[in-house]
Design a binder for this molecule. Structure first.
Ligand code: SAH
Length: 201
């Protein structure tokens, strides 16, 4: 996976590559899909949701540049896989999931595998997680029509927010990296992606 899918496609950060090598993707998949864990594609998990392609997980993580002393917020815990990868790179991860069955499963998987610095929270991540804000890293694993204002508000000075944004119907989404320098928030587009929608309310 590292040598064939990640390094040749722009994943250069050695810490990220090590985290990707460390986290066993098969453990986050439903039983019937475990043998596909290292294929270069997204896979279905429960509740009609998906676990992202390893390359997308790695590139999003690299763009968010989590540091060892930082706390990261993820929106869309899904299987818990992306949260586990983040947990290898920063001090603490809070990951929000709106589907109770997925939240429960992700929390159980993370606990079983010993990822003790990841907390799975049940709720609507579009409002962020005010009680632990601001965050130097916010990673959104579902596509938003517009960037939720709460996530911009909860981005720390110097922080990085990685989020897929819908541009037009039937088009891939635009993966964006938002950064904050004091009051000024700017973004650049990274690459086109296909994520399940961020559902609000
Ligand atoms: N990061 C996950 C994949 C996420 S798929 C992994 O590594 O497996 C996107 C997830 O976002 C789905 O589980 C979906 O239920 C969740 N989701 C959608 N809208 C949400 C919202 N408003 N708040 C929290 N989670 C949401």
């Amino acid at each position: 996976m590292i040598a064939e899918q990640l390094r040749p496609h722009g994943v250069t950060d050695e810490r990220v590559l090590r985290a990707m090598a460390d986290v066993p993707r098969e453990e986050f998949l439903p039983p019937g899909l475990k043998s596909h864990a290292y294929e270069d594609r997204a896979l279905g998990i429960e509740c009609g949701q998906t676990i992202s392609q390893p390359l997308v997980v790695a590139l999003m993580t690299q763009a968010a540049a989590p540091q060892p002393d930082e706390v990261a917020l993820e929106v869309g815990a899904g299987s818990g896989y992306q949260g586990a990868v983040l947990s290898r790179l920063c001090r603490r991860v809070i990951t929000i999931e709106r589907e109770p069955a997925l939240a429960e499963r992700a929390a159980a998987t993370l606990k079983r595998l010993g990822y003790e610095n990841v907390e799975v929270a049940l709720g609507d991540g579009s409002v962020g997680w005010a009680r632990s804000a601001p965050f130097p890293v916010i990673l959104v694993a579902c596509a938003a029509r517009e960037v939720p204002p709460a996530l911009i508000d909860q981005l720390a000075d110097g922080g990085r927010l990685v989020i897929p944004v819908e541009t037009a119907a039937d088009q891939p989404q635009d993966l964006r990296l938002y950064t904050r320098a004091a009051e000024k928030v700017t973004y650049r587009s990274l690459f086109p992606v296909l994520f399940v929608p961020l559902r609000t309310g």
